[in-house]
Design a protein around this ligand. Structure first.
Ligand code: HEC
Length: 158
């Protein structure tokens, strides 16, 4: 009898142990997955993402929605405040203080204003100007994301 009880206890402990081991393993796997996600984000930077970098991603998403509208022959809408390119804090302060950034930034905001006011006839042209001005600024101050931006080009331009 004693022997049986001991054996039962032992078996119970074994199950508990395996459960704990399984738990720890899945936890490690899940945590690894999380890290994977943060690592595959666009252009991660070791100091965390700057305000300007986050704004740029929102701009990218906004313009992607405009692309969908243009492709569907609808008039695109501007959903976010693009003028923040002149106030958002960048990763490197020098980047936004340069004359190239200021000049390109002005042209970009003009392109955004034109697309805001566009109609069925000129939406497509105005859209191309927006993406063109993303690319010109990037060619002169921050060439890294150009590939990513090129996915905003319309089929006919690629
Ligand atoms: C006036 C110059 C300028 C214009 C216009 C501009 N960018 Fe940027 N962009 C920058 C700078 C500078 C950075 C680097 C920001 C930082 O690291 O703080 C950047 C960063 C980015 C990034 C990387 C963000 C990240 O995850 O680190 C993407 C993507 C991007 N821009 C897309 C766009 C798109 C799309 C447009 C047009 C809709 C655009 N940019 C217009 C200057 C510009």
């Amino acid at each position: 009898m004693y022997f049986l009880e001991d054996f039962n206890n032992f078996a119970f402990m074994r199950t508990q142990q395996s459960l704990i081991i399984i738990f720890i393993f899945s936890w490690i796997l899940l945590a690894g997955c999380d890290e994977e996600l943060t690592r595959t984000k666009w252009y991660p930077n070791p100091n965390g993402d700057s305000e300007l970098a986050l704004l740029m991603r929102e701009m990218h998403d906004d313009v992607l929605l405009m692309k969908k509208s243009v492709e569907a022959k609808q008039v695109p809408r501007v959903r976010i405040d693009h003028t923040k390119i002149f106030t958002a804090i960048p990763t490197e302060q020098g980047k936004v203080e340069s004359q190239e950034y200021k000049d390109n930034g002005k042209l970009y905001l003009q392109a955004i204003e034109s697309i805001r006011k566009s109609n069925y006839k000129n939406a497509r042209e105005n859209y191309k100007n927006v993406v063109g001005s993303c690319i010109s600024c990037h060619r002169s101050v921050c060439p890294g994301p150009v590939d990513k931006i090129e996915n905003l080009l319309l089929e006919e331009e690629v």
